[in-house]
Write a protein that binds this ligand. Structure first.
Ligand SMILES: [Zn+2]
Length: 69
């Protein structure tokens, strides 16, 4: 799995293509693992400037496709 998340000091680009600029608390907690959710619901962990996609580690399953009956 070589998902390459483009990122830099001020933000990253989600797999959905949306640029996410880090909110100020990310810089304030640079050495702390922070969960970040993109507007598309993909979830990432930000840690010392790295961006790791984490959706599979989360136990909860959301059924966003369960609408429309
Ligand atoms: Zn996204």
């Amino acid at each position: 799995m070589a998902t390459n998340i483009e990122h830099d000091e001020s933000g990253f680009t989600c797999e959905c293509g949306m640029r996410n600029d880090y909110p100020s608390y990310v810089q304030a907690h640079w050495s702390v693992r922070l969960a970040y959710t993109c507007a598309c619901q993909r979830q990432y962990v930000l840690y010392k400037g790295t961006v790791v996609k984490t959706s599979r580690e989360l136990p909860e399953v959301y059924d966003s496709e369960a609408f429309g009956d």
